[in-house]
Design a protein around this ligand. Sequence first.
Ligand SMILES: C[S@@+](CC[C@H](N)C(=O)[O-])C[C@H]1O[C@@H](n2cnc3c(N)ncnc32)[C@H](O)[C@@H]1O
Length: 219
Amino acid sequence: MERKIITTGDGSKTIQISDWDEQYHSKHGAVQEAYHVFIKHGLSLFFGKNIHILEIGFGTGLNALITRIESKKNPTEITYRGVEAYPVSPEELEQLNYISELKAEEFRSDFEKMHTAPWENDVRISENFLLKKEQKFFADIDDENVFDLVYFDAFGARVQPELWTEDIFSKMYCAMKKDGVLVTYAAKGSVRRAMLAVGFEVERLPGPPGKREMLRAKK
Ligand SMILES: C[S@@+](CC[C@H](N)C(=O)[O-])C[C@H]1O[C@@H](n2cnc3c(N)ncnc32)[C@H](O)[C@@H]1O
């Protein structure tokens, strides 16, 4: 499927799948959305701790980058697993502008390391950030009691309904530790009901600009 780079409302770029009219991030602002959903309502609950994060859809690495930045500012030990079936190409990466938009020159080499890190290996990105990227399908995740925090960042249910089902959320539930938290930009009733059905407690929270609500689930 054809992927192209577009500029979102806050000036940061993202990738668009033209055939699906679907983006890797919100058209209203990629950086803005990522900070709101995954940092403000996710990572910040764990500042000062030692945690394992699972990202559903490593994609451009934006969530990993902002996690590295914020975990340095608010000292937190991160072990990060990024699962992705269709990695972004070096040509696509070159066109993204996250380091300049975030004024994060200090983290440029960490971001490069994240992308050049070999798949399926533990790679130390910095003193507080260990990364393992796994190239596989979400349906093949079979960890048990490992993760404190899940960034659930799959494409929307409109285009990939099979990723927002009880089957997938029960895999997430199983992969998480007790009291673990899953955050997602999605707010659909059917998604919330699938989360509840597998045992999560679910909260509706204010969404990022352009979106009324988002969901946060707790094991
Ligand atoms: C919304 S994008 C993720 C954006 C990413 N978190 C970022 O910050 O760039 C969804 C990602 O899921 C990946 N993907 C789609 N279907 C998948 C599947 N069944 N298994 C694994 N990865 C999948 C896509 O290639 C894409 O990178």
